[in-house]
Design a protein around this ligand. Structure first.
Ligand code: GDP
Ligand code: ZN
Length: 312
């Protein structure tokens, strides 16, 4: 991937790398042939049209260093194959959180905090809206009574087509399967706070030693010292994105009419609604409402749909 070009500044070497973290105006970039470097943006990239989304964690970039100064610059951003997008605080703008993600791992716990269908569905819809496949990770399986909850969750979500992975960082249940799923790809861990995301990351890569703590001791924000998103390298190859502050995500870019498409089991019945653009809330001859009545669509999923629809 190395290439050398000449310019007025002397000989430049170009390499491909992956952005692990953005810190102020600097970027931590992993370049296979070189290691980890810190790079700044080349002038013309700085003035790119969409300032907020110029270069973000996950991007594959071309970097070079001038032999005269030894400092690194990012010259080019490669096309992104996926983007995890949420609404920026205030809800008026999109914010690209991390790019080139292969899987979204939606983490929830069975108890402490109790499994919450609204949260699960909100994060699954986020994955659907971004076109990124999701896996539902059900953590804290060691707690008494967990298997009854797990059975219900498995019954509901596997029927829709989602993979559900029960885990426990205490007993190690499911950890090897999770490791295998993450191997060689880029994944993002999302979910409410307190469900065990940091603990899972620590279990997967013990070197990290991320701070974890009981739910009661911590506020919604400020888990460990990172404020932004960073990619953590896995020993088995691949990266996992830690997304602090992603516990209460507002969706971006899902219009009311498209929302039902983000619920896979609504898609078939939605084709039979009388009205095109039916919101499946009050319209006559709505096939989605009929499917809810007939228990072909789970009540819990429909409730989540309505909550998200109200936010539009
Ligand atoms: P995060 O906010 O999602 O990153 O959650 P943390 O990793 O900080 O964990 C929150 C709390 O749950 C901590 O007290 C952990 O020790 C605890 N915890 C994490 N995983 C498990 C688990 O599998 N079983 C049990 N019983 N507790 C866990
Ligand atoms: Zn309808």
């Amino acid at each position: 991937m190395t290439q050398a070009t000449s310019s007025a500044e002397g000989t430049q070497h170009g390499w491909a790398g992956r952005v692990l973290e953005a810190i102020g105006g600097l970027y931590r970039v992993q370049v296979d042939e070189v290691g980890e470097i810190e790079a700044s943006l080349r002038g013309r990239l700085k003035h790119a049209a969409r300032a907020v989304d110029r270069v973000v964690t996950g991007d594959v970039v071309m970097v070079s260093n001038t032999s005269s100064s030894g400092s690194w610059t990012i010259d080019k951003v490669q096309a992104r194959h996926s983007r995890l997008v949420r609404a920026a605080p205030g809800g008026q703008r999109p914010k690209v959180v991390v790019t080139n993600v292969d899987h979204v791992m939606v983490v929830l716990s069975v108890f402490q905090p109790a499994f919450d269908f609204r949260s699960a569905d909100r994060f699954l819809v986020l994955g659907e809206a971004c076109g990124i496949p999701s896996v539902l990770v059900l953590n804290k399986m060691d707690l008494p009574g967990a298997s009854a909850v797990a059975q219900e969750v498995l019954r509901i979500y596997e029927q829709i087509g989602y993979a559900v992975l029960p885990t426990s960082t205490q007993t190690g249940e499911g950890v090897e399967r999770l490791r295998a799923l993450l191997e060689g790809s880029v994944s993002a861990l999302v979910g409410p706070s307190g469900v065990g995301k940091s603990s899972i990351l620590n279990t997967l890569c013990p070197k990290l030693n991320l701070r974890t703590g009981p739910v009661s001791r911590r506020g919604g924000r400020g888990r460990h010292t990172t404020v932004g998103v960073c990619l953590l390298p896995l020993t088995t190859g691949g990266w996992v994105a830690d997304t602090p502050g992603f516990s209460d995500v507002s969706l971006w870019g899902v219009e009311s009419r498209e929302l039902s498409g983000a619920f896979p089991e609504f898609r078939e019945p939605a084709k039979r609604c009388r009205f095109r653009g039916c919101t499946h809330s009050h319209e006559p001859d709505c096939a989605v409402l009929a499917a809810v009545e007939a228990a072909q669509i789970r009540e819990e999923r429909y409730k989540s749909y309505r909550v998200l629809l109200e936010e539009k």
